[in-house]
Design a protein around this ligand. Structure first.
Ligand code: HEM
Length: 535
């Protein structure tokens, strides 16, 4: 009996000594790492810059810090470093040219591991599980596959215009319905007629719940991942997250079942199911061995809504804000559309090569107010590296501050001026507000970088083009009398959108109205094949 208390005391002393040694050693290691990493605001030991970080619109604070500490700087969240990039050349150098080292994601234990059980491509590390999903997405988003989705994008854009004609003041909700329906048609060959459809309400709930998990400091498990192994009865928070995860997975699998049964019925009746990403993947699964469980497979088409609907809708909202606050761009768009298209029909995808100003307008809105303002989901490095004289250890979180990059005046003089001519090709037009040449092919960084670049970028660009081409052809979109617009009034979060604002949307002529009414009937015929999800 006497030995046990002695042993316990000894153990206690041992642990205290170990703690007293480890803490200073960790601190020395952190200081040594901090000293070699890119500069930044001075962190407090073990807490880092936590108390200096702005809770509101952090991208603005990061942009200010880039002017003080340079285009590559470090912030510390506790003992974990995050490198923030504010220059497109540095972002391309690290995230594209050295992408084998910078294509992972930081661990998101609550959201990625407990809620989704590692099934979602968005937060997966740079590993085999990720590459299987990425390859599948690419196979269903090839240029050939994108051509298959164009008729539905075009029909939905005609429907959007017709609805704008009927209830112009409801424009933001109409845009959301448009992007939701496009994503559902492309993912599952089913359209959305109302935002009250059960599947949509469910999707919004899932998105809100997952976003609520991703709040720094909310869950201790992010700092101590070992806590995820606690049994459920000792960790009710974990049981709750897992229950939400099961609900989401069940809903995802149900959607795949809908397409599976559509295919079976069509086969029996000798009919064709419209092409969709889920259909292409199910057909591929018949031919090839795809090493994914039904549950994991169902997350691939489901990722389209989370990643592609709100982002595209928010970009369209920014486009309306830009048009209202920069009326000369509306006049220039009308001039091009009237000259190339006339007033007997609305523009189509075939007109795209002949509408350079509208194409440039799409690029400019993506640049001007990037929806994924801090680069979407952060990258993480998987090897130690050096950039110039700076050390970047393996496991560092890398944030591309798309706001600072897209609004960097060296590349885009007068960056807050909405000026589509920046993206035009002719020598005279190129001289307009010409800054240093942006290294990315797109001329902006709104879709991210390297191996993690948005796989839906071309699909999104097609939706933006057709929705803007048709609505600009049809409407005047102008400021409301006596309303003062603030082009910086944006929501918080990882994806941003202009705060609610009113504008006047009016049909350009009775002839335009007639064309919209006729084309809406044509669109309904195209969309008939895509069964609607019920309210
Ligand atoms: C305007 C619309 C959109 C914008 C601005 C946007 C932007 C982004 C950004 C910045 C990323 C992170 C890239 C990186 O880590 O470097 C991303 C990832 C992703 N996006 Fe998009 N996106 C849009 C639309 C779409 C659409 C329509 C889809 C549907 C296919 C989609 C699917 C994805 C997926 C699956 C990922 C995760 C890729 C991965 O982690 O490997 N996005 N997006």
């Amino acid at each position: 009996m006497a030995i046990i208390p002695n042993l316990t005391t000894f153990d206690l002393v041992k642990w205290i000594c170990l703690f007293l040694i480890i803490r200073p050693l960790t601190l020395i290691n952190n200081i040594w790492t901090w000293y070699r990493m890119p500069p930044g605001p001075t962190p407090i030991p073990f807490l880092g810059n936590k108390y200096q970080l702005s809770k509101s619109q952090p991208w603005l604070q990061f942009q200010r810090w880039s002017k003080i500490y340079g285009p590559i700087f470090t912030i510390w969240i506790g003992s974990k470093p995050t490198v923030v990039l504010s220059d497109p050349v540095i972002a391309v150098e690290l995230l594209e040219k050295r992408s084998q080292k910078y294509s992972s994601r930081p661990r998101m234990v609550a959201m990625g591991e407990i809620l989704w059980d590692n099934a979602s491509i968005l937060v997966q590390g740079y590993n085999k599980a990720w590459s299987i999903r990425r390859k599948l997405l690419h196979q269903a988003l090839t240029p050939r596959a994108l051509r298959l989705y164009k008729p539905v994008q075009s029909a939905e854009a005609s429907r959007l215009c017709f609805q704008l004609l009927e209830t112009p003041s409801n424009w933001e909700k109409l845009i959301e319905r448009f992007t939701s329906s496009v994503v559902f048609c492309v993912a599952y060959s089913h359209r959305i007629d109302s935002l009250n459809a059960e599947v949509i309400r469910q999707r919004f709930e899932f998105m809100q719940y997952s976003a609520s998990l991703n709040v720094p400091g909310k869950y201790l498990v992010e700092s101590f991942p070992v806590l995820k192994f606690l049994p459920d009865f000792l960790a009710p928070w974990k049981a709750d997250i897992k229950a939400h995860g099961r609900q989401e997975a069940a809903a995802n699998m149900k959607l795949v079942d809908v397409v599976r049964s559509d295919l079976a019925c069509a086969k029996e009746e000798g009919l064709q199911v419209p092409d969709s990403l889920c259909k292409l993947l199910l057909e591929l699964r018949e031919k090839e061995d795809i090493p994914l469980s039904d549950r994991d497979f169902s997350f691939i088409p489901a990722s389209l809504f989370g990643a592609g609907s709100d982002t595209t809708a928010s970009t369209l909202c920014s486009a309306f804000l830009a048009l209202v606050t920069h009326p000369s761009t509306l006049r220039a768009a009308h001039e091009e559309l009237d000259r190339v298209i006339g007033s007997d029909r609305t523009p189509t995808f075939d007109d795209e090569p002949h509408l350079p100003y509208i194409r440039a307008l799409v690029k400019e809105v993506l640049r001007w107010r990037p929806v994924a303002v801090l680069g979407g989901t952060p990258h993480a490095s998987t090897e130690d590296d050096w950039y110039e004289s700076y050390y970047i250890p393996s496991g560092t979180t890398i944030l591309g501050n798309t706001w600072a990059i897209n609004l960097n005046e060296e590349y885009y003089p007068s960056p807050h001026l909405f000026e589509p001519r920046r993206f035009l090709e002719t020598a005279e037009e190129k001289a307009v507000l010409k800054g240093k040449s942006h290294p990315a092919k797109a001329g902006h960084s709104s879709f991210g970088w390297g191996r993690r670049i948005c796989p839906g970028a071309d699909l999104a660009a097609n939706s933006l083009f057709i929705a803007l081409a048709k609505s600009l052809w049809a409407f005047d979109i102008v400021a409301k009398d006596r309303v003062v617009y603030d082009t910086f009034a944006y929501t918080e979060g990882f994806n941003i959108r202009p705060k609610k604002f009113e504008c006047v949307i009016s049909i350009r002529s009775e002839k335009h109205r007639g064309v919209l009414e006729k084309e809406n009937l044509d669109a309904e015929r195209v969309l008939e094949k895509f069964g609607a999800f019920k309210e």
